[in-house]
Design a protein around this ligand. Structure first.
Ligand code: GTP
Length: 396
């Protein structure tokens, strides 16, 4: 029901936007009479999306014990944020991180566009709000989130009785942060679960295998005993990929032949993990197409079978989505969420796309915690999601 409403709002807003655009074109003065920046909102951003990275797996190659570090020292870049991470998250390996460079393409759609808009609009009027609405829609924020955020900006301006455009800029940033905070719930490994089981789902090519590798290395680096289960039994290549990677990293991988029952591979892996005192078991699943209902049923079956081993498993069901696919990623979450099994999201490839606004869309529509964001191919490029850092990186 909610997505029908969202689509309706989307259509309504887009129609309104294009009507406005046409009207503006009619009203437009000849280009040479306009200040150069007046063409600030560039619709071409919609088409300027980077294509997905080539779907070959490149596994990380730093030593497993390497602790994740920020890429650049904060002191050299005044824009860079250093978040104070609560001690309980630090204990889980969550560190302050700097994202400005990695999210530069999304920044083009937010920070830069906002600065353009505010450099031209010196008073708060409907025109300013229309420009902001256009900007947010173009940045993949989605209709429902756009309306919610702008409505809250209006309310906060009313409350604070502020009437300068700087206040709008700040209010918009605050509202985007508030929305992103809804999904800021880093994954905490519950040590009382032996093993803590993470089931990883998502369609082919989104970066699932790479994410599993990054997670395994991260937890191993934190001193945990990690095991992988090659539950994608549809494709021999997927099993081989995990096995080769596991051998190289000295991480055990439980696998059976192609065509084996995925639920039984994961069930056996759980039993073996228990016997070997493994702390974290990460189970891969087939890159099932969300349109294939039988594959969804299989996912439900995997969860059911896991519970025979441990009534509380899986302790985390993570969907991996490719941030560069925008609305498509939203549809994937919607489909997978029909079985109501998802407990976390990983958004990959945010470094190669201007579509990072999809995160707000996700937050407004589903509210499922975004556990990690992928901002590069190295294992250290899988970052716990911290809303303030994210917003500061895309609006600075
Ligand atoms: N730039 C960038 N590339 C990434 C990121 N995450 C994954 N990739 C790349 O995306 C490609 C696909 O990743 P895979 O892990 O093979 O994706 P998959 O979902 O397992 O795909 P299948 O093996 O086809 O099921 C690889 O080239 C990865 O290196 C990321 O956060 N940023």
């Amino acid at each position: 029901m909610r997505h029908i409403l969202t689509e309706f709002l989307n259509n309504k807003l887009m129609i309104k936007f294009f009507k406005r655009k046409n009207q503006k074109q009619k009203d437009q003065k000849p280009i040479d009479q306009q200040p150069a920046q007046e063409q600030s909102v560039d619709p071409s951003v919609v088409d300027s999306v980077q294509s997905n990275a080539t779907p070959t797996v490149e596994t990380p190659n730093e030593p497993a014990t390497q602790v994740e570090r920020s890429i650049e020292p904060a002191v050299e870049k005044p824009d860079v944020v250093n978040t104070v991470v609560p001690p309980e998250l630090l204990a889980q390996g969550v560190e302050p991180h700097q994202l400005n460079q990695q999210l530069a393409k999304t920044n083009d759609n937010f920070g830069k566009k906002m600065k353009q808009i505010f450099s031209l609009k010196k008073k708060i009027d409907e025109d300013l709000f229309e420009e902001l609405e256009t900007m947010l829609l173009m940045a993949d924020v989605g209709a429902a989130a756009t309306m919610e955020v702008l409505e809250n900006v209006r309310k906060s301006l009313k409350r604070s009785h502020l009437s300068d455009t700087d206040a709008v800029f700040d209010a918009l940033k605050d509202q985007l942060t508030e929305l992103a905070q809804v999904v800021e719930k880093p994954l905490i490994i519950d040590d009382s679960k032996q093993p803590f089981v993470i089931l990883v789902v998502g369609v082919n090519g989104v970066g699932k295998t790479t994410t599993i590798a990054k997670l395994a290395r991260k937890y191993k680096g934190m001193g945990k005993k990690v095991m992988l289960a090659a539950g994608d039994t549809f494709r021999a290549a997927a099993v081989e990929q995990l096995k080769t990677w596991g051998e190289r990293e000295d991480i055990p991988v439980m696998a059976q032949n192609t065509g084996a029952d995925s639920a039984s591979v994961i069930f056996d892996a759980m039993a073996s993990a228990k016997a070997r005192g493994i702390d974290v078991l990460i189970a891969d699943t087939a890159g099932r197409l969300h349109t294939q209902a039988n594959l969804m049923q299989e996912l439900e079956k995997i969860s059911r079978v896991m519970r025979k081993n441990d009534a509380t498993a899986p302790h985390e069901t993570l969907i991996v989505i490719d941030g560069g696919t925008g609305q498509n990623a939203i549809s994937q979450v919607r489909e997978f969420n029909k079985a109501n099994l998802l407990s976390g999201v990983v958004i990959t490839k945010l470094d190669g796309t201007p579509k990072g606004g999809v995160l707000f869309n996700l937050a407004a529509e589903f509210g499922i915690p975004v556990r990690f964001i992928g901002v590069g191919e190295k294992s250290s490029d899988l970052k716990p999601f911290i809303a303030k850092d994210f917003v500061q990186a895309i609006i600075n």
